[in-house]
Design a protein around this ligand. Structure first.
Ligand code: OOB
Length: 550
């Protein structure tokens, strides 16, 4: 059967799971979906606020009009080199103005960027190239001793569809990215565009196995960015700092770069989120909003004790990405900013966050409430039945910006979606049923993040919460290690705050807190730092690998 689309477009949509028509109609009728292409966020901003500063990095700054012109030129050059509408292009640039130029240049050419993170290496990139069928790759030359051109060469050798490599910086044997910007000519073959088709591909944040690809549509992602900026009360006076890798959903669209652009706010990029560097940048550009993962938020808070320049212009600091204990939230609230907002989000869509003005109790003890009135949440038990209000279970979600299936992943989709189209998040949550926290979500752990010790099932996150309550412990990960007798034994990998304690002292403390004997660690493994994923979350797979290394 003919799809009526040109071959490239039908190739793009093969393996893409669109929103079902009835729900799509509902979201259009509610006014969430506006039928605009994702790059209209830039054209709109350039038309309304041409002379405002759009993007800034240590080397360059562009107004919205300038960014718009650069995106057009890149788009024209890309189409001239043979990049066609619907083509997937791996985008792996560091946090910089060029990142924004590349993103919009690709979108404007009708290409579909695959949002890689600078920390991804051959295993991830090769997987993304393979699944997406990407024809091109955009990388920097060399960053912090790592040569992305070597990575590119390896990918070219192994992925026959990949034919173009563009390098920002010294191109070596590849095409120069900066030369594209000098191109003078029209954008070729502009395709008719479908707001329900994928605009870009995000990568999933899971720490088990290789990341999956998530197609976000023009309609859903424009809404994501616009609604998030509104909920965060962003205005043109705000300045947003991209401190996390820019291709991650959080700093990209929640509200991030794209949300900031919807209100004419400036975005500042940094590749160095260390407090010394970031605080100076915040002060220089009077940054008002940023998003951080927990570990980074704690480092910034600690640094407030000694840094000479403090980030006092911040009015909103979103913290999310992994579980935060109430003690950690209070620490950040007291030491870094009264403008803390907890955010529980996912590249798959669904966002929850605490709002400015929410009572302290809500900000400290919950991970927020849904962004959209049309977000639907269910909490279910192991058998898939809805639990009683306020009880714990797995969170299932559906809504105007949540995916309906991973890209080209039939097997994963069969597991990850309910028959009526809810995404099974794998997150264990409770939704408060009454009182001041009613409707707010608490994330209590991951369904599968458990340790099977003897006949008992121990929740890693429950134990981590107890570990973090000890003043000597700064960071903690509870992981399973193989054991001849128990099947799995419990290992507490910890970073000490200064003083150290023994396993016996720790277990004495846990005993006093009422932690049952079978849920206490068998092994205490002090580490200087916990290994992190590309976005900066604790990577338990790597923790286990490090513990196993001789
Ligand atoms: C964000 O997105 P991803 O795709 O890297 O990771 C999503 C997963 C969630 O399913 C959950 O397991 C975990 O990360 N998570 C949290 C959390 N925020 C995310 N777990 C506990 N508490 C939280 N506050 O991480 C992401 C995307 C957009 C905005 C913010 C974070």
């Amino acid at each position: 059967m003919s799809t009526g689309l040109d071959p490239k477009q039908s190739d793009l949509t093969a393996g893409f799971v669109p929103f079902p028509p009835d729900r799509a109609e509902e979201y259009r009728r509610a006014g969430y979906w506006t039928g605009r292409p994702l790059d209209s966020i830039l054209s709109g901003a350039a038309a309304q606020w041409p002379d405002r500063t759009a993007v800034v990095d240590p080397d360059v700054s562009y107004t919205f009009a300038e960014l718009d012109t650069h995106a057009d030129r890149i788009a024209a050059a890309l189409t001239d080199r043979g990049i066609a509408a619907g083509d997937r292009v791996l985008l792996q640039l560091p946090n910089s103005v060029q990142f924004a130029v590349a993103l919009f240049g690709l979108l404007r050419a009708g290409a579909v960027p695959v949002m890689c993170l600078p920390g991804h290496r051959y295993a991830e990139l090769s997987h993304f190239a393979d699944v997406s069928g990407a024809v091109a790759l955009v990388v920097p030359d060399k960053v912090a001793g790592f040569d992305y051109r070597d990575l590119a060469q390896g990918l070219l050798n192994d992925n026959p569809r990949l034919t173009h490599v563009f390098v920002d910086g010294d191109p070596g044997p590849f095409q120069s990215w900066s030369q594209l910007a000098d191109f003078d000519g029209p954008i070729r073959n502009r395709a008719s565009f479908d707001p329900g088709a994928p605009a870009l591909l995000l990568v999933s944040g899971g720490t088990t196995g290789l990341p999956k690809l998530i197609a976000r549509t023009h309609d859903d992602y424009v809404y994501n960015a616009t609604a998030c900026a509104q909920a965060c009360e962003m205005t043109g006076d705000d300045v947003y700092l991209v401190a996390l890798p820019a291709g991650h959903n959080f700093p990209l669209g929640c509200p991030g770069l794209l949300g900031s652009m919807t209100v004419g706010a400036t975005t500042v990029f940094t590749s160095d989120p260390s407090p010394e560097s970031a605080f100076a940048l915040i002060d220089r550009h009077k940054v008002t909003v940023t998003g951080l993962v927990n570990a980074l938020a704690k480092v910034w808070t600690q640094a407030c004790e000694w840094e000479p320049v403090l980030p006092t212009s911040l009015r909103l600091v979103q913290v999310g990405g992994s579980r935060m204990t109430p003690e950690e939230a209070r620490y950040i609230l007291d030491g870094l900013t009264p403008g803390l907002s907890q955010i529980f989000g996912m590249a798959e869509g669904m966002l929850n966050f605490t709002r400015l003005g929410d009572p302290i109790d809500v900000v400290v003890n919950t991970q927020g409430r849904p962004m959209s009135p049309h977000d639907e949440m269910r909490v279910v038990d192991d058998a898939g039945a809805d639990v009683a209000p306020g009880e714990e279970g797995e969170l299932l979600v559906r809504g105007p910006y949540t995916l309906n299936g991973y890209y080209r992943a039939d097997e994963a989709n069969a597991r990850s979606f309910s028959p009526d189209g809810f995404y099974r998040t794998g997150d264990r949550v409770r939704i408060f049923a009454g009182g001041p926290r009613a409707g707010y979500v608490e994330v209590t752990g991951r369904i599968k993040d458990v340790i099977h010790r003897g006949g008992e099932t121990v929740s890693a996150s429950d134990l981590e919460e107890h570990l973090l309550a000890h003043p000597a412990i700064y960071a903690a990960a509870a992981v399973a290690l193989p054991d001849e007798y128990l099947g799995e034994k419990i290992c507490a990998a910890v970073v000490f705050s200064g003083t150290t304690i023994t396993l016996a002292e720790l277990n004495q403390f846990l005993d006093e807190r009422g932690v049952s004997a079978h849920s206490r660690p068998d092994v205490l493994a002090p580490m200087s730092t916990l290994p992190k994923t590309a976005v900066g979350k604790v990577d338990k797979k790597k923790v286990v690998a490090q513990l196993a290394a001789p």
